[in-house]
Design a binder for this molecule. Structure first.
Ligand code: NAD
Length: 520
């Protein structure tokens, strides 16, 4: 069995099933290590964003199927939590090998379902792989603390215990990385997980789950269910689920946080963003323009850490023109095509929304100095392509500034000086990421100190922390208090227990239990 066949009903390889779009394969549920055909009559059609061909049908799983997944995860928990932590982390050692071996196949699936370029899709897998690598160190990460003699003869220590069944709800934009932010940390700390991948591109999560099984993860430790709002509501209301990791849009994230926490669950909710680059006049122009181009338009702007707003501090505006020139050189194409820099956006509705936000900006007085809205890619005329688009003279009251556009669109603002730029960034509702481009250590240090954003880059456009740290978006981009991956991720998936213990030396010298009984 190849990992491809794991996704589809077709006995043929996934690619052949994909081509035979007359009868698209249904995506299976994964329960107790087995693929389960949903009995639902309700499916989401998964369309290739570059071609509109039907890749697969994603089931809206039934309440009974969801319950079977949760009950099975609950059953698996007892044995898994008492499996040694060395054994659990060894599964991660094996998994990281298998992910590397299957990198191309995973990436090809991401291109087909999500649209990003092959190179970018490999990056998607790679950033998730780093979390698997970090989870290999769980015996150290999950260590408690110990203080001897908190009172004479009494010691206090902490242990970090798994919570039980936890759930993950994923977005479409990183179909490999986000599932890998969740399940490696959740299961290696001893939990079992029910995961709901995005209904727009669940293939990579299915493949990763298969690789985890091959790596030795016992059946039931990771179960996958599919669907949209209804299955999310089942997760939110299910008493056996103790914690929920969510990544996605504001609308869903606020709702999931409110209903999940009202039901007594731990919830970590990573949401939308408007990430600003602040360009100082002393910035290295070439490096800055290159960084901005990649960060604004790469992955068709569908990254939660994409630079979507550029604040040009007085004296740096000349870089805007060069940015337009550089952005024009980017090749927009189907993701497997050689030289493609960015692929399509996820759906036709998304393309339409992007277009209308750009038009709204123009109507409100912004100038469109690069317009990619009408782009047609030869051979892929039906694709949801949007070319790099740049709006200048954007002001803070415009919808195109306030809303997360989530497409290859950069809105440009002006600032009088660094203080003005910082004030503008801090006035924005979001706090996911930001970056300053400067050659001044003093400006960078002031920016780092005064900016009210959770992840800061200094001459680094997309400052996503590697997994020995945590992903620390703030303000409107995050709800909860314990972040994804790193030490924080371990804390999220574990309950701390503090033990205070007294053992009297006199009990040893007088013969242990028998002596104690003598005293009673
Ligand atoms: P989305 O919110 O539409 O979907 C995310 C998940 O929530 C999906 O599994 C979906 O089925 C479910 N869902 C959607 N609407 C729901 C609702 N009303 N009720 C219950 N469940 C619902 O997000 P998306 O479009 O898939 O992903 C893009 C968004 O994710 C962007 O806003 C992006 O910034 C954000 N994102 C954030 C981070 C981060 O770490 N901050 C990372 C990646 C993506």
């Amino acid at each position: 069995k190849t990992i491809s066949s794991f996704i589809s009903t077709s006995p043929a390889s996934f690619s052949r099933a994909f081509v035979a779009s007359a009868s698209p394969p249904t995506v299976k549920l994964l329960i107790d290590g087995k693929l389960v055909e949903s009995k639902t009559k309700s499916f989401v059609e998964l369309l290739n964003p570059a071609t509109q061909e039907v890749v697969s049908l994603v089931p809206n799983c039934t309440p009974n199927e969801f319950q079977a997944a949760v009950d099975n995860s609950q059953d698996a928990f007892g044995k898994w939590r008492s499996t040694s932590i060395m054994t659990r982390s060894r599964v991660m050692f094996k998994l990281q090998d298998l992910i590397k071996e299957n990198m191309d196949e995973l990436a090809a699936n991401i291109v087909r379902e999500q649209g990003k370029t092959f190179a970018d899709a490999k990056g998607d897998v790679f950033r998730g792989l780093e979390v698997v690598e970090a989870a290999c160190g769980m015996p150290t990460l999950q260590m408690g603390e110990h203080v001897e003699n908190v009172s004479t003869g009494i010691d206090t220590y902490t242990i970090r215990q798994p919570l039980g069944v936890v759930a993950g709800i994923c977005p479409f934009n990183f179909p490999a990385m986000i599932p890998l932010w969740m399940f490696p940390v959740a299961v290696t700390t001893g939990n079992t997980m029910v995961m709901k991948p995005s209904e727009k591109d669940p293939g990579a999560a299915m493949m990763l789950a298969d690789l985890a099984l091959q790596a030795g993860l016992p059946p039931g430790v990771l179960n996958l269910v599919h669907g949209t709002h209804d299955v999310v509501n089942m997760i939110l209301d299910e008493p056996k689920i103790k914690a929920i990791s969510f990544v996605g849009s504001d609308q869903a994230g606020k709702y999931i946080y409110a209903r999940g926490t009202a039901n007594g669950k731990r919830v970590q909710s990573n949401m939308g963003a408007k990430n600003h680059a602040v360009i100082m006049p002393d910035a290295n122009p070439e490096a800055t323009i290159s960084a901005l181009t990649g960060a604004a338009f790469g992955a068709a702007g569908q990254r939660c850490m994409a630079i979507s707003a550029a604040v040009f501090v007085a004296g740096s505006e000349h870089m805007m023109e060069k940015l337009v020139e550089k952005a024009k050189t980017l090749q927009v194409n189907e993701g497997m095509q050689a030289g493609a820099d960015l692929g399509p956006v996820i759906t036709a509705a998304s393309k339409e929304r992007i277009g209308s936000l750009v038009q709204g900006g123009i109507n409100a007085g912004a100038e469109c100095i690069l317009d990619g809205r009408d782009l047609v890619v030869p051979g892929y005329e039906k694709g949801n392509f949007v070319g790099p688009t740049i709006l200048k003279d954007v002001t803070q009251d415009m919808e195109c500034y306030k809303e997360e556009i989530f497409g290859p669109v950069l809105v440009c603002l002006k600032a009088d000086d660094l203080d003005d730029a910082i004030a503008k960034v801090n006035a924005n509702a979001y706090g996911n990421g930001t970056a300053i481009f400067t050659n001044s250590g003093a400006a960078a240090r002031k920016f780092q100190a005064d900016i009210d954003v959770g992840q800061v880059g200094i001459n680094v456009p997309i400052p996503v922390p590697v997994p020995c740290f945590s992903f620390t978006g703030s303000r409107g981009s995050f709800l909860g208090d314990t972040n994804f991956y790193g030490k924080s991720g371990v804390n999220f998936y574990t309950q701390i227990k503090t033990v205070t213990a007294q053992w009297r030396p006199s009990d040893i010298s007088s013969g242990g239990r028998a002596a104690n009984l003598d005293k009673v």
